[in-house]
Design a binder for this molecule. Sequence first.
Ligand code: ATP
Length: 146
Amino acid sequence: MTAIKKINLEIVTPYAILFNEAVDMVIMPARDGELGILPGHAVMMAAITSGELRIKRGDDWRLLAVSSGYAEIAQDMAIVIVNAAEWGDEIDVPRAEYAQDRAEKRMTAANTPAMERVHARHALERAKARLKVAEHYANSQKGHHP
Ligand code: ATP
């Protein structure tokens, strides 16, 4: 049997197919922590949370901020379906900082209803993921590894 050497990675949002290429490795932000997928991985489904998704091709890493969704993984492919996703160079940092600030205020205000507090926590997680990816992307442009 020939060994599986690549993963065909597809990343989809409700608006676009963002990525559809063969890669060497992908690291996803999953509910139970970071999930590293190499070729030959066991078939599984995973809940994706807001965070940083890292794609490795050769010596090259690409960083993507993702919000919640799910992933379907098999030995030679992975499909990631998320509500929103942005590459490191697409992230509007002031917008994410503003979203972070607004969500923190909503979470801590005494008169915020419980349901809105939950929405604010999710918005905060999205904003933090975007800021983290933007920072790692900026560092990688300076020659630091992500
Ligand atoms: P905001 O309150 O700033 O809209 P949000 O977390 O509510 O943030 P989402 O609902 O997750 O935004 O995303 C809506 C759309 O805006 C998506 O297409 C997403 O890719 C894009 N988007 C959100 N924030 C940013 C950002 N800081 N930089 C670039 N694109 C963003």
